[in-house]
Design a protein around this ligand. Sequence first.
Ligand code: HEM
Length: 486
Amino acid sequence: MAEAHVTRAPTASPCPAEAAVKITMILTFVVLLLMMAFGLLMRLNQAAVVQLDPTMFYRLMTAHGIGMVGIAGMSGAAIMWYFVSRHASLTGWVFWALLSSFLVGVVAILASIFIGGFAGAWTFLFPLPAMSGGVWDTGAAALYLVGVIVIGVGFLIYLVEIGRALIQRYGSLSNALGWPLLFTGHQDDAPPPTVVATAVIIVFNGIGTVVGAAALTISLINLYLPSFTLDALLAKNMIYFFGHVFINASIYMAVVAVYEIIPEYTGRPWKASRPFIAAWNAVMLLVMAVYPHHLFQDGVMPAWAMVMGQIVSYANGVPLLVVTTFSLLNYLYRSGIRWDLASALLVTGVFGWSVGSVPAIIDGMISVNNVMHNTQWVPGHFHLYLLLGEVAITLGFAAWLARGEAGELLSGWKSRGLIIYAIGGFGFATVFLVSGAMSVPRRWAAHLPEWQFQDQLGSIFAVATILGVGIIVIPMIKRLAMTMRA
Ligand code: HEM
C-alpha cells in the first residue's frame, strides 16, 4: 500500500475526551446518512415519485433541518475541541457533558416530531409552536423546545470552558484574540491561528446561544401561559440572529481543522499574521451584524438594519475568502503535497464553502432578495456551503483521525467515493439554485408538474451524494472504533 507524505505536528498533546470526539464523529456519520435519507424522501415527494402525507413532509423537514444544523454544530465543536487542546488545557468532562446533552436533546426532539407530531420547522418561529392548527399539541411543542434548550445548555458550558482555558493560557481574551499583535505589531507569546479563530468563535457563538436560549425559553413559557408573550418581530430577530450565528459558527469551528492539518501535509506552518488576525476579528463583528439579510421581506424592520444587512453581506465574504481560500492556495502552491482522503476532503471543503458563499452574497442584495426570497435559491446556497463545505471538512478531519500513522494515497474506492460525493453534492445544490432562479418556492411539500423534472434530477444527485458519503464513511467507522480500543 502506497503512503502519503505526512509530518506529524510536533506539539500534539493528548486531547482530553478524545474518545468522545471519536464517538461524535461516528454519530455524525450516522446522523448525516439518516438525515440525508429524510432529505431524499422530501425531494422524491416534491418529484411526485413517492406520496407523503403533507404533515409527514413537514415532520421530515423539521427533523432534517434541526438534525443537520445540530450535527454540523456538534461536529464543528468536536473539531475545535480537539485542536484547542493542543494549545490550552481543557477539562475532559465538559466535552462528555456536551455529547450527553446532545444525545438527550436529540431523543426529546425525535420524540416530539415522530411521536408528538411537531412539524413547525427547525426555526421554531414564534408563535408558531403554540399555533399548530391542531396538527400537534402543546406537549409536543414543549418537548421540542426543551430538547433544543438542553443542547443549547451543553453548548454554553462548552464555550465557557474553552474561554476559561484560553484566558488561563494567554492571560486574557484580548491576548487570545491577538489584539496586541494587531494593534501594536508585537506580542510576546502570540496566539496561533487556531487560538485566534477559537477566541473569535466563542465570543459570537456565546452571544448567539444566549439569545437563542432566551427566545426558546420565552416560547416555552408562552405555550403554557399565552399572556406571557414577546413582540413577534423581536422574536424573529432573536431567532434568526441565533440561527445565522450558530450555523456559521459550525463552519468556522470546522475550518480550524484546515489550519491544523494542512501544514502537516505541506510542511508549511499556517501563520497568524496581522491580516489574518484582522480578518478574524472583523468576522466576529460581521457575522453578528449581517443577520438582518434574512429579514429583507419584513417591511416593518428599520431601514438602517436592512441597509446594514446588505452592506455587511458583501463585507462578510471578504475576510473569509481572503484569509482561508487565498492562504490555502498559497500554502498548497509548489508544496509537493501528496493527496490522501483527508487532505483532498479538506481542500474540497474550503472550495465548497467559498463557492457556496457567492450565491449567498447574491441573495444578500435587497433587489435580488425581493425575487429570490423563499425560493429554492435559498436551500441551493446553503446546501452548497454546508454539504460541500462543513460536511467535507468534517469528513476530512475524521479521515485524518482514522488514518493511523500514515495516510493512504487517494485511490480505489476512496477516490471514487469522493468523486461521487462531490459531483452528487454539487449537482444537488445546483438544481436547487436553478429551480430558485425559476422561482420554484422553497418548503412546499407538493410541486407543480412543470417543476418536477428538476425535482427528479435533484433526487438522482441526492442518491449519488448519499452513496458517495456512504462509501467514504463506512470504512472510517470501523477504523475510528478500532483506534478507540487501541
Ligand atoms: C443528500 C443530502 C441532502 C438532501 C437530499 C437534502 C434535502 C433537502 C430538502 C429536499 C430540503 C427542503 C427543500 C425545500 O425547502 O423545498 C432541505 C432543507 C434543508 N436542508 Fe437539506 N438535504 C441534504 C443535505 C443537507 C445537509 C448536509 C445539511 C446541513 C449540514 C442540510 C440542511 C438543511 C436545512 C437547514 C434545510 C432547511 C429546512 C427548513 O427549511 O426548515 N441538508 N434539504
